[in-house]
Design a binder for this molecule. Structure first.
Ligand code: UDP
Ligand code: MG
Length: 195
């Protein structure tokens, strides 16, 4: 509790009140600050991926349940927005699939209504979120995965997850401006991983 309080002080202090922040912390032993480490000293737990609830997931009111699964797993939400994606954005997002027969239908489906796009952060989040999302074809997705629990056909598989570190980086840059992503320290950090 105390740790969270002091972390909040650190986070709330902006560059405008650097002096105040210094004053607040002066005299407190570092142990009381929760052994705070800067995020940059923990690069592997700062891996990020792009997850999107597709138009069918939004229409079916599945946004909350999908977010809950990632929160429950312990990942950290660092970006979130709702938008109706343009064909231009989607053609960049799915550029590798341009030659596939289902590509025109895919773009029509993905631009048919709002999507909720998120960036989640954490240790091996790219790989883990692919497992959580399940097989591309819901008919082959295991129960317990998002696609395995909420869908049955590949044309309406509810959610997108980046499939590699490079893909995640490219997709995050495509969907989010840098200032739309927030770096923040979670108060349960010492209970979700240790280094
Ligand atoms: N898709 C489709 N028919 C197919 C294969 C894929 O409609 O036979 C759609 C589906 O929505 C899928 C998306 O195209 O999620 C992107 O395909 P990809 O192979 O990248 O699968 P994902 O990475 O989404 O699992
Ligand atoms: Mg893919």
């Amino acid at each position: 509790m105390l740790r969270c309080y002091f972390r909040r002080i650190l986070l709330q202090s902006s560059s405008r009140d650097q002096g105040t922040r210094k004053d607040l912390l002066t005299g407190f032993p570092s142990a009381l600050l929760g052994g705070h480490r800067s995020a940059s000293s923990l690069p592997d737990v700062r891996e990020r991926t792009l997850i999107a609830v597709k138009p069918d997931g939004v229409q079916r009111r599945l946004v909350g349940q999908i977010i809950q699964r990632f929160e429950q797993r312990g990942f950290k939400l660092v970006g979130l927005k709702m938008l109706q994606a343009s064909e231009d954005l989607l053609s960049q997002h799915y550029s590798e699939l341009r030659a596939k027969p289902f590509y025109p239908r895919l773009l029509k489906y993905m631009s048919s209504g709002p999507v909720v796009v998120m960036v989640w952060e954490g240790h091996k989040v790219v790989q883990t979120s692919r497992v959580m999302v399940g097989h591309t074809n819901p008919a082959e997705a295991s129960a317990g995965t998002v696609r395995g629990d909420f869908s049955f056909h590949v044309s309406r598989n509810v959610v997108h997850a980046s499939d590699s570190l490079e893909g995640a980086q490219r997709e995050i840059q495509l969907w989010f401006k840098g200032k739309e992503l927030l770096n923040w320290d979670s108060c349960d950090q010492n209970n979700t991983f240790a280094v």
